[in-house]
Write a protein that binds this ligand. Sequence first.
Ligand code: AMP
Ligand code: ZN
Length: 131
Amino acid sequence: MCIFCQIVKKEIPASIFYEDEIALAFLDIKPVNPGHALVIPKGHVANLEEISDSDLALLIGAVKKVGRMLKDKLGISGYNLVLNNDPIAGQEIFHLHFHLIPRFENDGLKLFPAGEYKMGEKEELLNKLLS
Ligand code: AMP
Ligand code: ZN
C-alpha cells in the first residue's frame, strides 16, 4: 500500500487538518514554505488521468476549501497550486496530490521561469495539437 493510502487509513501519522468524504489534507513534511499543504483523494489513483471526472470535481472543491483555510486561518494572501504529474514532472509519490504552496513577499521562489520558442516551433506544436 502506498504511503498516502497509509495516511488515509491512519496507519502512519500525518498533520491532517481537513477531511471529507473523498479528500484529505495534511501538511507536507518537507515544506517549500511554511503551511505547504497536500490535498489527496482518499481512493488510490496514481495521477490525474486515473481519477474520474466526478471525483476530480469533488477533489478540486476540497482544494478550494483548503486554500480558503490557509488564507483565513494562517493569514496567507496567496498560494501556488501545483500538481507534479508523472516522474518527468518530479512526481515522487504515485498517489495523486495537489500541493498548495503559500507565498510570502520576497520568498525568492521562482516556479515558472519564462522561456521562448525557436522559429516555427510554436506553429508546429499548435498544428499537432489541432490535428
Ligand atoms: P511529489 O514530488 O509531487 O510526489 O511530492 C511528494 C510530496 O510528499 C513531497 O513534497 C514530500 O515532502 C511529501 N511527503 C512525503 N511523505 C510525506 C509524509 N509522510 N507526510 C507528509 N508529506 C509527505
Ligand atoms: Zn495510495
